[in-house]
Design a protein around this ligand. Sequence first.
Ligand SMILES: [Zn+2]
Length: 552
Amino acid sequence: MKLDCYNEVKALTEALVEIPSVTGEPGGESAVAKYIRDWYRALPYFKKYPERATVFKTANDSVDRHCALTWIRGEGGDSSRTVILIGHIDTVGVEDYGTLKALSVRPSELAQKLRETFTLPPHVLEDMDSGEFMFGRGVLDMKSGVAGHMAVMKYFSEHPEELCGNLVHIAECDEEDNSHGILTALDVLAELKREQGFEYIACINSDYSTFDSAGDPTRYIYFGSIGKLLPCYVAFGKEAHVGASFQAFDPNLLIAEVTRELCLNADFCDEALGEVTLPPVSLKQSDTKERYTVQTALCAYGYYNFFTHGRSPAEVLELCRKAGERAFERTVEHLDAQYKKYCGLAGKPYEKLPWKPRVMTWKEFYAGAEAQHGEPFRKAVRELAQRIQDEQPDTDLRQLSLRLTEEVWKWYSDKSPALVLLFGSIYYPRIQMGCSPGELALQSAVELAVEKVAPQADRKIKTKMFYPYISDMSFMSVCDDAASFLPAAENMPAAKAACQPDMEKMLAINVPVVNIGSFGHDGHMLTERVDMLHTFRNVPNITYETLRELLK
Ligand SMILES: [Zn+2]
């Protein structure tokens, strides 16, 4: 293999892991970004061009944090073609390590302590005994991926004559939460494009992956990416005292039916290019009562993770609306049937209950109140959003959406039960590749790179069409058109508070993507571990060969 980088990537991974950088915690993410900048600036190339290794601060962010930006101009011919390397430097929290929290960022000591402290499953102990895995927070997700990019960048900084084109490396913060890092990077990339005349042709991410199914020995490289939406339903019911419970329309019952409709329902799996997503899954279900009372609830809500390969936000919105309508109809039928039965048992006269299905998207819901009340209504909603953000800037976006939905409901004169469908998070766009010449060029460059590295890789390596986890790669490419993309933002009450992906900005970059990343097990768990041989040696070499092929 061309790059003899195992030891260097290993040492860099440890160095990056030892700087705690839990998403949003003060100082951590910036410290890693600055470490990366300083590491580059100690190399001869960047001593000559220090302005090519910098950090930049995220925009519109309540947290003060930075990303690292580094670039190299190739000297093997005059070309504006530029490949972007990305990888995130933040990690999820370390609470899962319990008493070993402080050691979670000390890979050299952690494994032994884990063994002494916890009862670990046999396959984890097997990996530990093999000596092939490094343990620690961020070793897999994904400081080792960033370290690999640094080694590749270092090599090309010493051999710029091997590049007929340019490289940009972004090590971004806030991937695990709201993607402020990569969304700010879109502006920075656009600026570089203007100033340096870069023409972006591909983006290589190095985020982690794990096996497809237990025991699968294959390491995967992924073109494109899965998409993700967070449909959220807010149900407004009709309250009643428990002594008159058939007079109530219980929003908990309605949300329960929505969960029944969506949760792990394989009819919602989305197939494209022969690959299938997991079905939606429930992430929260609750009513809004703060304490016990003998009154039934007035409002309840639930939200659901929804993956896509081929479907646009517009299609998902319609599917979810229909699911909401079915859930509402079933709730009404159930209530009526039970009431009829009860009346029979109790010897009371039965009269059909008054409930009617009523499902609205956020856009329709807002427009309904706006049509009736105009500016005073708009002002009230605007001011509430501002007040919440001023007073509690770290309010969860779902809670913000819920409070705004409740505010709109206050303005409704028709208080018959209703179900409002909205998006609780920004849209992580799907990327479906395989059509344009640029996409095909990237695919064949990667396949060729795998062919070159595979014979000495000691691992089986295969390519697939959709990266199955959420990553910042989603913002580097656009494959939905504006009409099918827009409903994602239009139906998100907290859109203004969130760092929304801006389609115009994404279109300005819009490159084919591939994830050539770290491999290991148990990302986001206390047994997080990375396959060192594959990640420290094979991955940087596949990336290297891909770059040579793309920029030859
Ligand atoms: Zn990650």
